[in-house]
Design a binder for this molecule. Structure first.
Ligand code: AMP
Ligand code: GLY
Length: 425
């Protein structure tokens, strides 16, 4: 079977890498892909991003299944379009993707269905937003309603910062339409975890748990990023916590969507905040896998991903039992100089060590180019993600950082502490 993976990041490289390991997969196309997917003999990049042109390509090439990585094509209705043309695709419809594409939709949904989350209110009026902040005090969290590539959230520690965020989003239109409405919510303290499941419209299949590292610098300092590394499993999600999250968050979400007339298919990612008393609450939903969470999760998945995807599009996920590598996987992101504000492109990347059973490096912002046309160069903020596997967090870190230390490019940034919360447990 031929497969199409839509996207160009580390998440998509990891999904394509895993799909290509299936004996029944003849070819994996990645649209548009990156330097790593261009380099891999089992993967083929296709330079198409228009959704109709992608559907045409899938028909022409007789591609049997499409898997979507990022939120933008999902919010743009790629699943609706492909299904209307009779093409098999795994992902949520545009309507279901509102859980991610509108924070106001997600918050109202959670409130309506009793799903634990932070107290909130939605505003489009600047004066009312300022008054709400004065009434509630800091710390407080301000979120652009629409998609803002992970940059639309301000965790304001002071009133001044909170008021500035409101002005940026509502008065100065910093995020355009995405910030024309904002959600202001209660600050939640605790430890975060990424809880990702697959849904086929009836059945829910949880993937291995993971934990992201959002801040740029070690010890969770510096600005928020798209994610500087992730590891799996996340020990804070004990078996009891897992059962509770399924019971209180995941199952009510799928059931609530159905009650609202929306069948949820695709990956559902609940970003959790678990407080000191062990109560999980939902910070956000994503309708896709996480990046970089996918990289360590795929490195641990032992089950054939094609067969899982086939069950997912055929509504038979209840027949799947996932097998995971018992080792911990630690994924370290290597980012460009200037990331996240102003990533510098063009640096030439040194040779990348070959994959071993203990470590694999996935590409994100890379392309083949440079002086020879065949050099690997930096084209985006998050450049690579090296995943190491080991019997403990410490051993997995050692495997990952051994490889990281052999890679270099001008201005390369990476955290040295990915997995640190796992060391404490
Ligand atoms: P989001 O894009 O909604 O996941 O928000 C990005 C990051 O902001 C999250 O991963 C958290 O670290 C932080 N965050 C979001 N909402 C809250 C909240 N209510 N309380 C504390 N931190 C939050
Ligand atoms: N790593 C967080 C996300 O993918 O949204």
């Amino acid at each position: 079977m031929k497969i199409l993976v839509v996207g160009s990041g580390g998440r998509e490289h990891a999904l394509a890498w895993k799909l290509a390991q299936s004996e029944r997969v003849q070819m994996v196309y990645v649209a548009p892909g990156n330097g790593g997917t261009a380099h891999d003999a089992r993967l083929v990049n296709v330079n198409i991003t228009d959704l109709h042109a992608l559907a045409d390509f899938v028909e022409q090439e007789h591609i049997g299944l499409t898997v979507v990585g990022p939120e933008t094509p999902l919010a743009g209705g790629i699943v609706n379009l492909f299904r209307s043309r009779g093409l098999k695709i795994f992902g949520p419809t545009k309507e279901a993707a509102q859980l991610e594409s509108s924070k106001d939709f997600a918050k109202a949904f959670m409130q309506r269905h009793g799903i634990p989350t932070a107290k909130y209110q939605t505003f489009s009026d600047v004066a009312q937003a300022h008054a709400y902040i004065d009434a509630n005090g800091a710390p407080i969290v301000i979120k652009a309603d629409g998609l803002a590539a992970g940059k639309g959230v301000v965790v304001a520690l002071s009133l001044e910062e909170a008021h500035r965020a409101v002005d940026d989003m509502l008065a100065d239109n910093r995020f355009g339409d995405a910030g024309a409405r904002i959600v202001i919510e209660e600050f939640l303290a605790g430890e975060e975890a990424s809880f990702i499941v697959m849904c086929d419209g009836k059945n829910v299949l949880p993937l291995a748990t993971s934990q992201d590292h959002k801040r740029l610098k070690d010890h969770d300092q510096g600005p928020n990023t798209g994610g500087m590394g992730a590891y799996s499993p996340a020990p804070i999600v004990t078996p009891a916590m897992h059962a509770r999250v399924m019971r209180e968050i995941i199952n009510p979400t799928i059931a609530g969507m159905a009650r609202d007339g929306i069948v949820f298919t695709g990956f559902l990612y609940a970003g959790l905040m678990i407080d000191a008393d062990g109560n999980p609450r939902t910070l956000e939903f994503n309708c896709r896998m996480g990046d970089p969470e996918t990289q360590p999760i795929m490195a641990r998945l032992k089950t054939d991903l094609l067969s899982v995807m086939e069950h997912a599009v055929n509504g038979t996920l209840n027949q799947v039992e996932l097998q995971w590598d018992r080792r911990t996987a630690v994924g370290v992101v290597l980012a460009a100089a200037g990331y996240p504000d102003a990533p510098v492109k063009g640096a030439v990347i040194s040779a990348i060590p070959a994959e071993t059973p203990e470590a694999v490096t996935f590409h994100a912002g890379t392309a083949l180019g440079g002086e020879t046309g065949n050099q690997l160069v930096v084209t985006g903020g998050r450049v690579l993600c090296t995943v190491g596997l080991g019997d403990s967090v410490k051993l997995a870190q050692r495997q990952a950082y051994d490889v990281v230390d052999q890679i270099s490019f001008d201005g390369m940034q990476c955290r040295r502490d990915i997995g640190w919360r796992g060391l404490k447990h």
